[in-house]
Design a binder for this molecule. Structure first.
Ligand code: INI
Length: 159
């Protein structure tokens, strides 16, 4: 890295940061694992449990509306979206998964608030299990790490 340029990067120190998590109940046997992993990751990186607010919504389609209300409240440094859409369960898989992703992105950009994206969109239950702590890691961890880094980056960019 050229040391003459101004280099700004977030870090993984979650101390003093406040997080809101919006998680859907649909496929809760998967989503509950994402929530546990996300909360563990935040606390391992220094965030107080009292600074983590968990909001549950019925399905992935409802996540963005709850995120929007949390964003409007300005109580958090960053938000995390957790859910699980399984193609096998529904012919309107594409709508639910795409609208959830679009809505989350819209809230993030409208409010300039980082939102970690941990909504699984998979073909089968097996693939969901793999991404919720089995073979392919846990997307709750990935979403939490990304969110800490982006919250820390935005704090720096706002200075
Ligand atoms: N919601 C999910 O979170 N995951 C799914 O797999 C799913 N399927 O399969 O239908 C799902 N549907 C419900 C949707 O998110 C809304 O809650 C519902 O359409 C009411 O608005």
């Amino acid at each position: 890295m050229d040391e003459r340029i101004i280099n700004t990067e977030g870090n993984l120190n979650g101390h003093g940061l406040r997080f809101g998590i919006v998680a859907s109940r649909f496929n809760d046997f998967i989503v509950d694992r994402l929530i546990s992993a996300a909360v563990d990751t935040l606390t391992k990186h220094g965030t107080n449990k009292a600074d983590i607010e968990l909001v549950r919504v019925p399905g992935a389609f409802e996540i963005s509306l709850a995120l929007q209300k949390l964003a409007e409240s300005k109580r958090h440094d960053a938000l995390i979206a957790l859910g699980c859409v399984i193609r096998g369960d529904t012919p309107h898989f594409e709508h639910v998964a795409t609208q959830a992703a679009n809505g989350i992105n819209q809230v993030m950009l409208t409010h300039s608030l980082p939102i970690g994206f941990g909504v699984l969109a998979v073909d089968t239950i097996e693939q969901a299990i793999e991404r919720a702590g089995a073979k392919a890691g846990n997307k709750g961890v990935d979403a939490a790490l990304t969110t800490i880094e982006m919250a820390s980056l935005l704090r720096q960019l706002e200075r």
